[in-house]
Design a protein around this ligand. Structure first.
Ligand SMILES: [Cu+2]
Length: 157
């Protein structure tokens, strides 16, 4: 491909990206629907969900994050073990292939906020920072949804 044609294509890609009205862009990642699940009374861990689209040409990776309302933020996967669904930390984070949309949602990979220092109540908003290998880090505002509402997400596409 002639070099100037390649540059032109790249510029077009950048313009198309910034024109997206929905979601928040961080580099080439488009982040949508940051959600926290409301906690039951006395719970000291809380789950978080988010949708990430990689609009770029190379893979990125969600590697971790932090929040003031939690002592620690882990990335978890759900795994069947002896017919019991268990949560396991994803030590290598969550890969986001070029062009792919990954959804952290109930029943699948999720954000796990450990050592909560406040209850997460429906309707509230809390800030949490997510860290990506290539795109860097950014603070997002998560909306707290009821447990029933987050369960509906399980079957959404
Ligand atoms: Cu978990």
């Amino acid at each position: 491909m002639p070099k100037n044609l390649f540059v032109g294509a790249a510029l077009f890609a950048v313009m198309a990206t910034t024109a997206l009205a929905d979601g928040i862009m961080l580099g080439e990642l488009k982040i949508m629907h940051p959600i926290l699940r409301a906690t039951a009374p006395g719970a000291n861990v809380g789950a978080g969900y988010i949708s990430i689209t990689n609009t770029g040409n190379s893979a990125d990776r969600l590697v971790g994050g932090a929040a003031e309302f939690a002592g620690k933020l882990e990335l978890h996967e759900m795994k069947m073990e002896n017919q019991v669904m268990k949560m396991k930390p994803l030590e290598n984070g969550v890969s986001i292939p070029a062009g792919a949309t990954i959804k952290l949602k109930p029943g699948g990979n999720h954000l796990m906020f450990m050592k909560l220092n406040t209850a997460l109540k429906e309707g509230e908003e809390h800030k949490a920072t997510l860290i990506f290998e290539k795109a860097g880090e950014k603070e997002f505002t998560f909306k707290v949804k009821s447990i029933a509402e987050t369960l509906k997400m399980k079957h959404s596409h």
